[in-house]
Write a protein that binds this ligand. Structure first.
Ligand code: FMN
Length: 181
């Protein structure tokens, strides 16, 4: 997901590569949007408040050590505070679209929180990965935050998905074969 800068944020000058592709920026977004993803919320405790940010840039990175990655836009409130803090990646179930919207800048009803081992997490999610901070790499107008997984779990259920700029669902029966082995 490419995130537009927040209103009032100081924006660096566009790179030559961006200037060259700017007339096709809308097409670039549309092309990226053809990659269907799950939907997750990164949760963590900041200095003064608890944060949550909806992401679809979640990627598994490594089994040994167990590493996962999220790409966070520099323009978000979460960006600076996430640096060197433990966090949880909460993978959403099909019925949790309201949570995705809540943590994407349109707050609604306050969700139920669970105190995790190293970071707060959300109740009743499809899966979660609690992480200690591992590394942060520059990624243009985003930062790639890698976390080392210290606790995780999942439940059965349909998954929330995002494709072509819309929420959709993936039925449980198509989600891997762990229960059949
Ligand atoms: C489906 C979906 C996926 C998103 N994925 C990302 C992402 O991977 N990285 C990111 O920085 N923002 C992503 N966003 C945008 C943030 O959720 C949004 O900018 C949020 O309001 C930032 O919160 P904050 O400024 O309070 O930290 C996504 C939004 C949606 C709806």
């Amino acid at each position: 997901m490419i995130t537009p800068p927040a209103a009032g944020a100081s924006v660096p000058p566009p790179s030559p590569a961006f200037r060259a592709m700017a007339p096709r920026a809308h097409h670039f977004r549309g092309s990226l949007g053809r990659f269907a993803t799950g939907v997750a919320i990164v949760t963590f405790d900041g200095v003064n408040k608890r944060h949550g940010i909806t992401v679809n840039s979640f990627t598994s990175v490594s089994m040994d050590p167990p590493l996962v990655l999220v790409s966070i836009a520099k323009a978000t409130k979460a960006h600076d505070e996430l640096s060197e803090r433990p966090f949880t990646v909460n993978i959403l179930g099909a019925e949790q679209q309201a949570l995705a919207i809540h943590f994407a800048g349109k707050p609604g009803q306050e969700p139920l929180w669970v105190e995790g081992q190293v970071a707060p997490r959300l109740s009743s999610v499809l899966a979660f990965f609690e992480c200690s901070p591992w590394a942060a790499y520059p990624g243009g107008d985003h930062t790639l935050y890698l976390g080392e997984v210290v606790d995780f779990n999942y439940r059965n259920g349909d998954a929330l998905a995002f494709a072509n700029g819309r929420f959709t669902t993936i039925p449980d029966s198509q989600l891997g074969v762990e229960n059949l082995l």
